[in-house]
Design a binder for this molecule. Sequence first.
Ligand SMILES: [Zn+2]
Length: 320
Amino acid sequence: MNTEAIVSIKNAMGGRLEIVRQTFPAHNGKPTRRISFVAGLHGDELAGLYLCHRLIRALRELQDTRPEVFLGQINIYPAANPAGIHSSNRLWPYYGLDMNRVIGQENGHTVGTRAASLLYKDILNHSEYAVDIHASNLHLLELPQIRVIEEFAVDLLPLASEANADLVWVHPMAGLFESTLGYNLNQEKIPTLVIETGICQRIHAHLIDPLFEGMMHYLLHLGILDANYLSPEKVRPPRVLYPKQVMQATAKNSGLFVGSVQPGETVCRGQRLGQVLDVVEGEVLEDVNAPAAGLLFTLREHPLVHSGALLARIALDPES
Ligand SMILES: [Zn+2]
């Protein structure tokens, strides 16, 4: 494994902020294909850091014991927003900069924008494929899923099916995606899977384990690791979702949401998902029921809600 700091910025107190690329080169020096894994672009989304840890650990062991299986090159950027990660902040602190909203843009010369630009160029120069790993925001817990913008669906769906995610969610383009890493890499013909799993500031190992198996399988599928020497990992086909196949439940009242189900459960129409409570008066303000039958794949984790807050998302059963 070769370690390179692709961004190294001296901070005011004398230490350095670095974005590190770990590279596992091809055994014969001529990679068939190159892939990059990126995590921590949002500094409070720690699930991807753990997934990168799992990958680095497994690949190091493989390199020590079976170096001949590395037909391609694997790059891992395990902590793409070091300033944000140090303060558990989604944004690059001080500037309040979202690194995943400035990619491919001319957005000035702050430290954060320069770091984002250098990271993007490094990935462009070292990848034929990429995986960008995110977690949900502070409010929602998500089952492992891959988000695909409609215009890239033809190319990405066959690849996304090899990642062992529970869901692949195909959604329309929106303006805010134009400056994301995933959109820009896909526009540059570097097929990029954008993973969303768990919730920020937490690690749920049971939501990462299947993705780890999926990423190892993906490396075999792409011929980056030699499938002749390693038995392919088994992956489940994901449930592919289009916008009309997603129903959501929202709060009608402000209060404290207490859920009574878990993401990953199959729910019936009308089944209770939780309640919104009035803390001061000791009343139940509402029972929150499933609007349709299907797979519960998003659930409100942060209990404080206001009227209109998203509480749950359900992937509809085909017959619904
Ligand atoms: Zn994110």
